[in-house]
Ligand binder design. Sequence first.
Ligand code: NAD
Ligand code: NA
Length: 397
Amino acid sequence: MVIKPRLKGGLALTNHPIGAKEFVKRQIDYVKSQDKYKGPKKVLIIGSSSGYGLATRISLAFGAGAETIGVAFEKGIEGKRTGSAGWWNTIAFDEAAEKEGLKYKNFIGDAFSFEMKDDVIKFIKEEFGGKIDLLIYSLASGVRTDPIDGVTYRSALKSTTKEITGPTINFEKETMEETTMGVATPEEIKSTIKVMGGEDWKLWIEALDKGGVLSEGFKTVAYSYLGPKVTYGIYKEGTIGAAKRDLEHTSDVLNDFLKEKYNGEAYVSLSKALMTKASAVIPIFPLYAALLYKVMKEKGIHEGTIQQKHRLLTQMVYGNHPVIDDERRLRPDNWEMREDVQAEVEALWDKITPENFKEISDYAGAREEFMQLNGFDFDNVDYDADLDLEELAKLRP
Ligand code: NAD
Ligand code: NA
């Protein structure tokens, strides 16, 4: 079967397994082109299959020689469905790790469940040397079933202040269009906090602690976003922002607990805006990203997912140059948030129209990144190749 890209708005309906290999390889190549670093030996990554979690795993494995356990929710080939991007990314990671003799293990399923926590802890005890030094929490999900009350919560991408209308990119139609973000009900705010707040991160730490699998000096980092003024309405002051503030509060609670018991640490890291599966569907966000790329590339300070996470790990979490704000948050978004960068983004934002957006923004760069998330638009992959889906279906992460 020949797999072609098929989009629906900010969603990709198809994924290319060979392109995913290239997607992962380029990130590995970047890490290998940099100095090796002394980091953790045993790592658990929740949300390991794409975006920031995958990049983190690649940096830790190929840069610091870490053994990694990845947890992700992904699907393989089913009938005419070509499998999810994270499925193929994980298989590509496995193949590369195997070649280097790097130990890894994947758990594909629901990280929010108690069952998953039990399975991972059992594995750590029986086959992973008994302890982990680092937990990365990089989940992005629209739905969570609370394992305690059994209720399924859905997150809403809505405003908490007033209805907001603004431009965004439609990658399917290649147009700039107006989107409207409605106002969330109190229920919707609560549900979004349930899904994307800190509750599940805390449940993981509690389960791992009870299981006796945390090492002395154990660290945990959860990924968050804040963003600048132009996105405040949709992000900082949106339902997702409310959930992220909850995550940040949780980091303080966990930090106190871990410090006391393990001489450990818990942090939230505010990352740079990037195109990922999760961010591509946030209203207004893709257009902001395209403008940001334009400005940051011109200034020579643009980072992709892997550069951003590699800098966080080598300079901040395992280095001597942490950028930390007065709310104890790690700030690898410091270049995005620079005043000169934001001033230029704002000036472009005021000028942008549906007619000029491709020239004014780095539309091409943002679109390429979006396509590459799904294994498309690599210049060295043959997209006319007839892939043997039956053979590919035998592969498992
Ligand atoms: P992503 O969609 O690329 O990755 C999400 C990961 O979560 C995937 O590995 C997916 O399999 C996993 N996942 C989702 N539901 C799951 C479940 N129920 N059980 C197990 N795994 C599940 O998203 P991303 O952009 O890399 O986001 C990761 C984190 O980084 C999020 O907290 C996000 O807010 C944060 N972040 C993203 C950006 C950005 O611009 N993309 C910026 C700053 C921070
Ligand atoms: Na991720």
